[in-house]
Design a protein around this ligand. Structure first.
Ligand SMILES: O=C(c1ccccc1)c1ccc(O)c(O)c1[N+](=O)[O-]
Ligand SMILES: [Mg+2]
Length: 218
């Protein structure tokens, strides 16, 4: 039986990274993806933009949609303030199993809650299950056609507050055109674009940062 790409990525972390050292976990995944196999982590170039936005927001409570192998989970969690928490949702059980081990290798399991299941099912349950009021920071990196329905769901469930920062990966490649049109035209968001490249390639891609301004009704 052959291993999967996420399992080979995990083995590269366990072989090359220092336990408890989040920076070395990130560096070893990037090395694996640059030199062995491409994988759909946000990567080093867009990851630096993610880091700067997370550091600026300094979120006490963050949400990530689309964990995959836990690369951006580790990048975000290592920058949280003391007591800060990150909830990350992953639909694919095999990805979730690998991500748990990557997050543990980085020593960040105490500040990360990985939830297995679909974002459409779980977003309406976050308040009652995790005692969440609203998120300070949201990172969208799951199936691109879920970006728009899930931002609407987050609004409807009142999980965003005035000033919540929503950062979306891959708005150019593979692309999320309906999501982009929404956040760029809605009066409820102040949106800005950070041009970059698709992870580990020369293809153009970018991140969209959208600050939620709240609704107009009283
Ligand atoms: O959709 C893909 C994709 C499509 C086709 C083949 C491989 C990946 C993808 C590509 C780059 C990403 O950063 C990313 O987050 C994703 N994704 O699946 O969420
Ligand atoms: Mg992505």
């Amino acid at each position: 039986t052959h291993s999967s790409r996420p399992q080979r990525l995990l083995r590269a972390v366990q072989k090359g990274a220092v336990r408890g050292d989040a920076r070395s976990v990130v560096a070893n995944i990037d090395r694996f993806c640059h030199h062995s196999e491409w994988a759909m982590n946000i990567g080093d170039e867009k990851g630096a933009i993610l880091d700067s936005v997370v550091s600026e927001v300094n979120p006490a409570l963050a949400l990530e949609l689309g964990t995959y192998c836990g690369y951006s989970t580790v990048r975000i969690a290592r920058l949280l303030p003391p007591g800060g928490r990150l909830i990350t949702l992953e639909f694919n059980p095999e990805y979730a199993a690998v991500a748990r081990q990557v997050i543990e290798w980085a020593g960040l399991e105490d500040s990360v809650q990985l939830v297995e299941g679909g974002s459409g099912d779980w977003i309406p349950q976050l308040k009652e299950h995790f005692g969440v009021q609203s998120f300070d920071f949201v990172f969208l990196d799951h199936w691109k056609e879920r970006y728009l329905p899930d931002i609407h769901l987050l609004e409807e469930c009142e999980l965003l507050r005035k000033g919540t920062v929503v950062l979306a990966d891959n708005v150019v490649c593979p692309g999320a055109p309906d999501y982009l049109a929404y956040v760029r035209n809605s009066p409820a968001y102040q949106s800005s674009y950070f041009q970059s490249h698709l992870e580990y390639t020369k293809a153009v891609d970018g991140l969209e940062k959208s600050v939620y301004l709240g609704t107009t009704d009283a």
